[in-house]
Ligand binder design. Sequence first.
Ligand code: SF4
Length: 411
Amino acid sequence: MAGLVPAIHVLPAKKDVDARDERGHDVERSARHRYSQNMSSKSALKTKPEPFEAVVSTRPTLLLAWYDRHRRRLPWRAAPGEASDPYRVWLSEIMLQQTTVKAVGPYFEKFVARWPDVTALGRASQDDVLRMWAGLGYYSRARNLHACAVAVTCEHGGVFPDTEDGLRALPGIGPYTAAAIAAIAFDRRTMPVDGNIERVVSRLFAVEEELPQAKPRIQQLAATLLADSRAGDERSRAGDSAQALMDLGASICTPKKPACSLCPLNQDCMARAQGTQETFPRKAPKKSGTLRRGAAFVVTRGDELLVRSRPEKGLLGGMTEVPGSDWLAGQDDGAAKLQAPDLKGLSRWQRKLGVVTHVFTHFPLELVVYTAKVEARARAPEGMRWVPIATLAGEALPNVMRKVIAHGLGL
Ligand code: SF4
């Protein structure tokens, strides 16, 4: 689904160095032009401008010095001086797509406690992985996570490839994730650009172009913030440079009210010089998607609930749900109710007051909820099953279904 996975661009591999140099000159020319504009405004304030080269070469150093003092402590991050564990880096990067650090923390701990390495995860069943993932959203990621663990276990002897190309060949690993793992786990000299880095860089260089068109340019500019490795060693502190920018974006260069006075790069930040920090990154107006509507049917048999599994492919693929109608734009309640399951001995359908709302990436959803009871020996219709309400926590229920069930059962 477009928009779910950050469309991030990867630095060229070593073989593409010539092309990168050529593009890099464009970046530098543009940055130099902006630098002179910035410095003219600073000159007006009677501050002494530093030479452009000095500023450009000191940014990575300033950034790393700041990171060494202020880095965040995260469950998947290696302690200073320790080598990163590629399994933990990969797992956290997959979990963090479209989700916050706060939401991911408990899931990460659960996963590594149960599956301490990629081989253990590769031997788990997909159902178990989906169950553990339930509540984290975007379930295709959980299926890809499992497929990737299987591929690393079976095709790579339980060892992650250490290059971007090798990583990108694995299921569920796109350009951004490959660059993040290559940089953080293997110190490959590449810069993954997530939302935090996008914000910092677009402000630092006052990138006027709107997202998403600005992504390639932001990628090039972000690469200028990598620690230097001119000694011919491709491995550098690239992972720390990337994590420093991520941390800076998360803690200092925040979307609202950035704490510029604490920022290690504030001396040559163009947005700060203009006083326009919060207007970056420039974004094209959002399209919110058309509202879809439908019905969900919460049927109980004593202390059991009627559920089914969604088709493997598509939205919420393979997840558990209560039976329901299609989700369609402009659908009325009467039409949706016609898709209620057919059960023997069913009491009358009761419509619960209110609606359950949920927002997916591409569309908002409104569901009306009907409830009914059936007698003790009623059979589940084909493709459905009864599960004890007490064990629902172990089912792979997406958030929208948790809301529906809570509403239907009055929990
Ligand atoms: S000076 Fe302010 S706007 Fe510029 S990068 Fe630092 S925190 Fe962000």
